[in-house]
Design a protein around this ligand. Structure first.
Ligand SMILES: [Fe+2]
Ligand SMILES: [Fe+2]
Length: 292
C-alpha cells in the first residue's frame, strides 16, 4: 500500500499541477460530442439512473463554489486558481454534456440542488476565525479527494459499460474525455491535504476537531445529507458493481484520509464511517429504489 506521507509535497508542486491542468485540459466543448446513440432505450434501461445522478452532481459544481466561498473566506491563491480556472469550468461542462445525454435518452433534465445548506453557513460563520478556517480547508480537501475518487471509479466502469453495450460514441466522446479530467482533480485535493498535514500548521486540537467533524459530516458524493439521494447513490453503487465488494470500494475511496487523518490508528485501510455511509446507501436503495 502506498504511503501518502512518504511523498513530500511543496506548495510549488501544487501550483505547477494546477497550471498544468489548466493548460492540458481545456473544458470539453459541447459540440465535440458525437451524439449518436444506437439503442437509447437499452442505454437508459441499463445506465439511465446512473447518468441522471452524475449529471446532477456535476451540475452542482456551482453550489460547491458558493460553499467554498462561504467556507474559505480568505481563500489561498492556489485554491482560488484551482476552483475558478480549472475545476468549475471543467465540471460544469461534464454536467451540461451528461444532462444533454440523459435528455437524448428520453429522460428528464437534471435538477441540481443549488442552495447552500444551513450547516455550511454555520461552519462559514466560524471560519472567519483563522484556526477554524484551517480545519475547514483540511475538510474541504478531504471531501474533494473522496468525491473525485468516486467520480474516477464511476466513469471507469461506465466507459467499459458503454463499449459493452455497443455505444462507442458515448464511450469515446463523452465518458472518456470526462474521465480523463477527474484524476487531476483528485490529485489536487490529495496533494493539498497532504501538504497541509505535512506542514504541521494544524495543532493537535485542530486535528482532533477535524476528525470529529469528519466523522459527523462524511457523505458520499452527491448525497447532500438527504435520504433520497443516499438511496440513489446506493443504486448507482449497485448498478456499477461496487456493492459487490463494499470494503474494496471503501478502501479505494477512504485510503487517503485513513493515512492523513487517522495515522495513529496504524493499519487502518479506510475510516469506518466510509463503509457505514456505503452500507446505509445500499440499504436505503434496497428499501426505496431509485425513485425514493
Ligand atoms: Fe466531473
Ligand atoms: Fe472532478
Amino acid at each position: 500500500m502506498m504511503d501518502v506521507m512518504a511523498d513530500r509535497i511543496s506548495p510549488q508542486r501544487i501550483l505547477e499541477h494546477v497550471q498544468r491542468l489548466g493548460e492540458q485540459y481545456p473544458p470539453i466543448a459541447l459540440d465535440s460530442v458525437d451524439r449518436r446513440v444506437r439503442e437509447p432505450k437499452a442505454v437508459a434501461d441499463r445506465y439511465g439512473h446512473v447518468i441522471d445522478y452524475l449529471a446532477r452532481v456535476e451540475l452542482e459544481v456551482d453550489r460547491n463554489v458558493l460553499e467554498l466561498l462561504v467556507l474559505l473566506p480568505d481563500v489561498q491563491e492556489v485554491d482560488r486558481m484551482f476552483y475558478a480556472d480549472v475545476w468549475q469550468p471543467q465540471e460544469i461542462q461534464h454536467g451540461l454534456i451528461l444532462d444533454r445525454l440523459q435528455q437524448d435518452l428520453g429522460r428528464p433534465a437534471a435538477r441540481p440542488e443549488l442552495e447552500v445548506s444551513f450547516g455550511i453557513k454555520v461552519m462559514g460563520a466560524l471560519a472567519h476565525f483563522s484556526t477554524i478556517q484551517d480545519i475547514a480547508r483540511l475538510l474541504y480537501y478531504l471531501t474533494g479527494a473522496s468525491t473525485e475518487r468516486q467520480a474516477v471509479l464511476a466513469y471507469n466502469v461506465l466507459y467499459d459499460g458503454m463499449l459493452n453495450l455497443g455505444e462507442p460514441a458515448i464511450a469515446d466522446t463523452i465518458i472518456s474525455p470526462i474521465r480523463r479530467q477527474e484524476p487531476g482533480h483528485f490529485a489536487f485535493y490529495r496533494m493539498s491535504a497532504t501538504e497541509l498535514i505535512q506542514s504541521g500548521a494544524l495543532k493537535p486540537w485542530q486535528l482532533y476537531l477535524a476528525r470529529v467533524l469528519r466523522q459527523k459530516t462524511y457523505h458520499l458524493v452527491g448525497t447532500n445529507h438527504q435520504d433520497r439521494y443516499r438511496a440513489q447513490m446506493g443504486g448507482v453503487a449497485s448498478v456499477l458493481g461496487f456493492a459487490d465488494d463494499l470494503e474494496k470500494y471503501a478502501r479505494e475511496v477512504g485510503r487517503i484520509e485513513a493515512q492523513l487523518l487517522w495515522a495513529e490508528q496504524s493499519g487502518m485501510e479506510f475510516p469506518p464511517y466510509v463503509l457505514k455511509a456505503l452500507k446505509e446507501s445500499i440499504d436505503l436503495y434496497r428499501e426505496r429504489g431509485f425513485d425514493a
